[in-house]
Design a protein around this ligand. Structure first.
Ligand SMILES: [Zn+2]
Length: 505
């Protein structure tokens, strides 16, 4: 009979263990805490089972010869094991609680757009900021194992955020042939490399506005799980019209068929379907191409390409499913149509006119200027011959006009969020956009704000990102000199922390 009880006990144990292991496998993170929690829960469950009067009486009814002594011994053993497990759990949680970092910042710009302060202490626990304090506080005040991080001779600020990147590509003379030579796996590995370059340049969050969605979402999720060193990624799903800038071009017909995305649409209803499909497969944000673009190898210019009904359907559908919409747009007519339809950001915005400025201000939509893309394509058009005549013409015209148009929008008070179009320019050079913004007349303070506070607002993450305040993620960068007096300081980020983890020091 003792054997029966033991067998029941073991079978019950395995059952509970299996249930939790399955639960764990389908959802819970399998970290050390998960492991300890799993075993504590397992013992608690067993204990509850043994202690439950009904189960006990059932057992005594079924096993009359099981003496009280047996039960006492069994409970003692379980109590001992539970105590040990409890101790292990406690030790593990103490070890987690001990993951405290205390940064001493020589100059701290905690909230871009407000004044920086000298000699500040930033306390970080479990990946988030718990306090920002005046003066240098002893790390020991925040726990025996708290780690001090000495940035006393640095300028410290929130990690920068780039609202327009393409992490799976880098434009160059061989981009076309690479596209045909490289496998999906090759491109995925390459994007891991680009993601790391971006993070090391001080960009702790990016919004990717155009890529193979399946690979992009895998990269985004891999970074979030801590498998890959990269910035937080907000991943887009693209919706564009047949023959438009977001459609494939410049290939033989059978390849055009093969590579045509399932979210290419024509007409309002079809664009509604495409938007829903993009969201179904994992898009955090919808990217549309309201007008023609520089890098399409077609003579379609840079005018409006998506019709008003198509724009309206995309916006309404995306917003109803909780997603924002970013519109690539150069010509004023396309910018204005997208703004009227309720778009959340205009990318490039090269030829915004007075009506565009009025609509920007009325709707509160952001302009993501991507001046670096303009400067890059001009340089490429002038110094290399890999661009087709159609692309070259647009590159020289649009590239040279972008900065002037941006200057007007900035002066007029349009909301600006930092974005580079990296992938046109090289990954890891994202900070160069700041120099171009400065050249166009934007103040250093506003540039830093556009890359932090404004960007966080654009992706609806102001509660977690964009400033260094209690409760926010510890996404923190540092540089040797103050970018508030010379913006080029952002080119040399020497310290990068994301979610409390130091990636570069
Ligand atoms: Zn782009």
């Amino acid at each position: 009979m003792r054997f029966t009880l033991l067998a029941d006990f073991l079978s019950r144990s395995f059952d509970i263990l299996r249930r939790y292991a399955t639960l764990d496998a389908i959802g819970l993170a399998w970290g050390h805490t998960g492991f300890v929690q799993l075993y504590s829960t397992y013992y608690i469950q067993l204990f509850a089972w043994i202690d439950c009067p009904c189960v006990l009486s059932q057992y005594f009814a079924d096993n009359r010869d099981v003496g009280k002594e047996t039960m006492k011994n069994l409970k003692k053993t379980l109590l001992g094991t539970a105590a040990i497990t409890g101790m292990v759990a406690f030790a593990a949680s103490a070890a987690l609680a001990a993951d405290v970092k205390v940064i001493h910042a020589g100059e701290l710009l905690a909230v871009p757009g407000t004044a920086s302060k000298s000699e500040q202490t930033v306390v970080i626990e479990g990946g988030r900021i718990t306090a920002v304090l005046d003066g240098y506080r002893d790390a020991g005040d925040f726990g025996a194992d708290a780690q001090a991080v000495d940035l006393k001779d640095k300028f410290v600020m929130p990690g920068m955020m780039d609202m327009h990147v393409h992490i799976q590509m880098e434009l160059g003379p061989n981009s076309d042939s690479q596209r045909l030579r490289m496998s999906d796996a090759d491109i995925a590995m390459q994007s891991v490399h680009y993601a790391k370059q971006t993070l090391m340049a001080g960009f702790t969050t990016v919004r990717d506005l155009g890529a193979n969605p399946e690979q992009l979402y895998a990269l985004r999720d891999g970074v979030a799980r801590g498998w890959i060193d990269g910035p937080r990624i907000v991943g887009s799903g693209g919706v564009s019209v047949t023959g438009g800038h977001g459609d494939v071009d410049g290939m033989r017909p059978d390849l055009l068929e093969k590579y045509t995305s399932k979210t290419i649409c024509d007409g309002g209803a079809d664009c509604r379907r495409a938007t829903r499909r993009a969201i179904k497969f994992g898009a955090d944000v919808i990217k549309i191409t309201a007008t023609g673009g520089v890098l399409s190898d077609t003579n379609t210019g840079t005018g409006q390409q998506m019709a008003d009904d198509e724009l309206t359907e995309v916006m309404d559908t995306a917003h109803s499913l909780g997603r924002k919409v970013a519109a690539h747009a150069h010509a004023a007519q396309g910018i204005n149509a997208a703004l009227r339809a309720g778009v959340d950001s205009i990318e490039h915005g090269s030829y915004a006119d007075a009506e565009s400025i009025r609509l920007f201000k009325e709707t509160g939509a952001y302009l993501v200027p991507t001046l670096l893309a303009g400067a890059t394509v001009v340089k490429m058009a002038e110094s290399s011959d890999f661009m087709s005549p159609a692309i070259k013409e647009k590159a020289l015209r649009v590239g040279n006009d972008m900065a002037g148009n941006f200057a007007v929008a900035y002066r007029e008070g349009v909301n600006i969020a930092y974005g580079t179009d990296s992938g046109v320019s090289k990954h890891g050079t994202n900070a160069e956009e700041a120099l171009l913004m400065k050249e166009a007349g934007m103040s250093e303070a506003d540039i830093l704000k556009s890359a932090t506070v404004n960007a966080a607002d654009l992706i609806d993450m102001s509660d977690s990102l964009g400033t260094l305040e209690a409760g926010k993620y510890a996404d923190i960068i540092a540089m040797d000199t103050s970018p508030l007096s010379d913006i080029s300081a952002v080119l040399n980020v020497s310290f990068v922390m994301k979610g409390g983890k130091i990636y570069k020091d």
